[in-house]
Design a protein. Sequence first.
Lengths: 194, 108
Amino acid sequence: MTWADWFDQLAFFVVAGITIVAAAGVVFVPRIIHACLCLLVALIGIAGLYGLMAAHLLLAIQLLVYAGGIAVLILFAIMLLHRRSDGGILGGTRNLIIGLPATVIVWFVVAAAVIFSKWHYLPGGGTVSPQADSNVRIIGELLLSRHLLAFELVSVVMLMALVGAIIIAREDRSTDSGQQVAGQQTGESGGNAQ
Amino acid sequence: MILPPVGLLHYLILSVCLFCFGLLAVITRRHAIGILLGIELMLNSANINLVAFSHFLSPPHPVLDGQVFALMVIALAACEAAVGLAIILRFYRQTTVTDVADAKLLKW
């Protein structure tokens, strides 16, 4: 084994370990805001995995959109809600009794399927090609040629989600505001929907 | 100790683990946002699969369709988070609960 192989293995196992531990934290940490911070760590670890697979554009987008956008959006939403005792999963023992065996079964089935499958490796797969720094150009060309329809459909879906989120989250001015106990946060939540 | 070089199987097993943690979060979390966190985790594990297949099963000259689809998944996950959080905030404003076990508005 060369030093490069050792470094590859070390990098993979360190990043994978951080990601797995953080993902476990998403499940088992009692406070929801701590779970969200664990998710943030897991997302950054996944960005590191993208980097190990030479997907540099996805690394940047994962950091910008997921870690910088979605995780912070969820954090803001948590801060808009009142903090009250959640109990995490410990309060829902019944769910845990059902959920843990089901999840373990799913893990074993899928892992066995992954291990015992015959993957059709092509020669040269898994190596970082010398023109890996031109991935951005190739992805851009693919987006605007072969996957143009999917690209346009995603843009339409994003527009609809934006409008829908604003409409859902804004205050209903026609209804009687006396019935709404916590209706004072509308300004923040309207901005939050974007 | 000689370990096999990091290959497709490593990434797939890691992705299975992340998916199962996300599934467990969806099943056992009682807070509505906790369920959303689990869904984000599952979407990310699917993304790892896409990028790993694109990296390990493609010929040396880059075939990057997997990364393009991972981009699509990221965009749709952003939409899902925005709409889901809007629904949770609206529900909280009407009922002042965030526990999904208390969401019984549509039960007869």
